[in-house]
Design a protein around this ligand. Structure first.
Ligand code: TPP
Ligand code: MG
Length: 330
């Protein structure tokens, strides 16, 4: 329980710090960017959704793989991604996970099996299948956890990926983080039929639905599904119902959202629920406070690290990309 709480607290604190550092950093539709902003561009925050990442990734080994979304800080931290380097990446600094050239939506950390955040909705699903097929061909016992949003199920690659995973019985845990919104639109109005679990079942991918703000429930459901995948039973789907607290991006004021819906999201705070549950279990408040203090120290350190890191050398602009232009095809 304490470890789950710690993972969630780390994600929350990381994103709150990133949010502060991004104030004034989004120049939308010609708006002026504040030159003092440390983080430029939109940030998709998973505040309120931390229990899904924490409960699922607790079952992953370092060798298991992960694909993520545009809202991927939590998945990456829960998989063991280096917090200092992630913060430096958001700051656009040379010590960032991607040398400061990717930013929030391109964070990848192969050293912990994190194959990449992805700004293209649904793009992570076929990548997860490819990675799982590689694991299978190589005879490796690992699996791929594939996170995606409720909006992703209305794009074609969802069908292709689940079909492929079922045909080849690939070791993929598909995790639908259902926060009920696709950007600024309620997903219900865009989605025909009974939803993601029924669609998956129709493609031969069984699974479970869970209260995604109850970290113990997510942990238990993921344990069952991961156990099935490791036992060779093929792909599984976890449908986690959760709430998005912040706007789609950090500058989104959510004017389209019913105030009671937003209040529901705040009331369902998974961290507060986990804390209450931990106290019920007899864990001392002081122990949880100590976790909070340690997490804050880690965040302060990560922000200081990011601030101290230099901006990337312009000469490095063409390194770490697919081609330097010097290949035989030029
Ligand atoms: C292929 C594609 N279409 C549209 C977009 C613009 N877009 C970015 S996020 C998003 C909504 C995604 O909703 P969901 O999958 O539920 O994820 P959430 O933002 O709720 O985490 C959209 C439409 C995109 N990035 N990629
Ligand atoms: Mg969504």
């Amino acid at each position: 329980m304490i470890e789950l709480y710690r993972t969630m607290a780390r994600i929350r604190a990381f994103e709150l710090a990133a949010e502060v550092a991004s104030q004034g950093g989004v120049g939308v539709l010609g708006a002026q960017v504040d030159e003092r902003a440390k983080v430029r561009g939109p940030l998709h925050l998973s505040i309120g959704q931390e229990a899904v990442a924490a409960g699922v990734c607790a079952h992953l080994t370092r060798e298991d793989l992960l694909t993520s979304t545009h809202r991927g800080h939590g998945h990456t931290l829960a998989k063991g991604g280096n917090m200092r380097r992630m913060m430096a990446e958001l700051f656009g600094r040379a010590d960032g996970s991607n040398g400061g050239k990717g930013g929030s939506m391109h964070i990848a950390d192969f050293s912990v099996g994190m194959l990449g955040a992805n700004g293209v909705v649904t793009a992570g699903l076929p990548i997860a299948c490819g990675a799982a097929q590689a694991l299978k061909l190589q005879g490796k016992p690992h699996l791929v956890a594939c996170f995606f949003g409720d909006g992703a199920i209305n794009r074609g690659p969802f069908l292709e990926a689940l079909n492929w995973a079922a045909v080849y019985q690939l070791p993929v845990l598909f995790v639908c983080e259902d926060n009920k919104y696709s950007a600024t639109t309620s997903t219900a109005g865009l989605t025909a039929g009974p939803g993601v679990a029924a669609r998956a079942l129709a493609l031969g991918v069984p699974g479970a639905s869970v209260d995604g703000n109850d970290v113990e429930a997510v942990h238990a459901a993921a344990a069952r599904l991961v156990g099935k995948i490791r036992a060779g039973e093929g792909p599984q789907l976890l449908h986690a119902l959760t709430w998005r607290v912040r706007g789609h991006v950090s500058v989104d004021k959510q004017a389209y959202r019913d105030p009671s819906d937003l209040q529901g999201a705040i009331d369902a705070d998974p961290l507060r629920r986990a804390r209450a549950r931990a106290l019920e279990r007899g864990i001392a408040a002081a122990e949880l406070d100590a976790v909070d203090a340690a997490v804050q120290a880690e965040i302060d350190d990560a922000v200081a690290f990011a601030n101290a890191s230099p901006v990337p050398d312009p000469a490095a602009a063409y390194t770490d990309i697919q081609t330097t232009g010097a290949g035989p095809w030029h």
